[in-house]
Design a binder for this molecule. Structure first.
Ligand SMILES: *Cc1c(COP(=O)(O)O)cnc(C)c1O
Length: 360
């Protein structure tokens, strides 16, 4: 079976990680120590921003950003309806109202034209998601935000390293949220997240919000949370960050190969993008999804669905179930993700292409 994903690193990277973990254990410092500080500096510099703040996970990164911006009850936040549920839950947990906007079916990212139709006097922020690793149309989104005096918060949880010209995900709006969940392009061996920004005051506020609102020890000046990146994850992420660009290039080469060589009228391929896309996922569309998945399975190829149910049709979000979101619903009925990860061999990639091309 060709696995959909493989999170086991090469022996040499495993050894680097094991030795970094041993160093943290020997240091006796496990929370908010020098590994977190160093990772924050290195990741800020990688993204091309002045500030990075490590937090507990990607959902908290979004939630703490909204809190720090004082966006809350009564305020509307515009987001793509076809995102992963964490984006929506973060907005709701911050007390804001999520406004579900349709994506463009070709890029799967939020449609700027559709954003315009949902602006109200209560709109405070746009939260574009770089879904599957593809940057949203940030030029158009930043234009809308400037004209309407809105904040732009990137959900960059799937797009570490994606760029337009020389600017990277994490540096394309007012602030950005990242997740380091193990499957992400930059993932730890557990949960983790971060925010990036060029706004020093905002970063300082998040540093307080992640740690009980402490300005200094035992002096809580904000109703803070407990959401910190830990030293072990930071030490691991510092190693993984060194290999991020190389792994993104491998993912992009696999995607390019699929785009160039898969030819089957039953399968709609994503457009190929170079720097704009880091192929966290390679997602195709097909009308009879179950049949396609079963066919690939019977030929030894594991696939996945991102995502089978859109947020507004989840039981926890039942109050949004009557929204009219035909593009989002069509996407969720048709998408299938093919294996696209750095540990695939060329033989496996060729085999996947062959099998998909033979699908009738
Ligand atoms: C993974 C993910 C998140 C949430 O990250 P966690 O670390 O799992 O909380 C948010 N948004 C998107 C688009 C994601 O893919």
């Amino acid at each position: 079976m060709i696995p959909f994903n493989n999170l086991i690193e090469s022996i040499s990277v495993q050894q680097e990680i094991t030795s970094a973990i041993a160093d943290v254990i020997k240091s006796g410092k496990y929370i908010l120590g020098e590994q977190v500080t160093s990772f924050e500096e290195e990741f800020a510099s990688y993204c091309g921003v002045s500030e990075c703040v490590g937090v507990g996970n990607g959902l908290d990164a979004i939630k703490l950003l909204l809190l720090a911006y004082d966006i809350g009850p009564g305020d509307e936040v515009i987001l793509p309806a076809n995102t992963y549920i964490a984006t929506v839950l973060a907005v709701i947990h911050a007390g804001c109202t999520p406004i579900f906007v349709e994506p463009e079916i070709d890029s799967f990212t939020i449609d700027p034209e559709a954003i315009m139709q949902h602006l109200t006097s209560r709109t405070k922020a746009i939260l574009p998601v770089h879904l599957y690793g593809c940057l949203a149309d940030m030029n158009a989104i930043n234009d809308i935000s400037k004209k309407n005096n809105l904040l732009v918060i990137e959900d960059a949880a799937q797009a570490h390293g994606a760029s337009i010209k020389t600017r990277k995900a994490g540096a394309l709006g007012n602030a950005a949220a990242f997740s380091f969940y193990p499957t992400k392009n930059l993932g730890g061996c557990g949960d983790g997240g971060a925010i990036t920004t060029n706004d020093h005051d905002l970063a300082e506020k998040i540093r307080m919000y992640r740690n009980y609102g402490y300005r200094e020890k035992n002096n809580s000046i904000l109703l803070g949370h407990n959401s910190r990146l830990d030293e072990l994850q930071a030490a691991i992420l510092r190693i993984k960050l060194k290999y991020l660009d190389k792994n993104n290039t491998v993912r992009r080469n696999i995607a390019k190969h699929y785009c160039d060589t898969i030819q089957n009228d039953k399968i709609i391929l994503p457009d190929f993008h170079s720097e704009r896309h880091v192929y966290h996922l390679y997602v195709v569309r097909t009308a009879c999804r179950c049949r396609f998945i079963e066919y690939l399975d019977s030929r030894g190829i594991e696939t996945a669905i991102h995502y089978p149910i859109p947020p507004h049709l989840q039981p926890s979000l039942i109050k949004y179930q009557d929204l009219h979101l035909p593009i989002t619903e069509k996407i969720h009925e048709e998408v299938v993700s093919l294996p696209c990860h750095p540990s695939l061999t060329s033989d496996q990639i060729e085999y996947i292409v062959e099998v998909v091309n033979d699908y009738a």
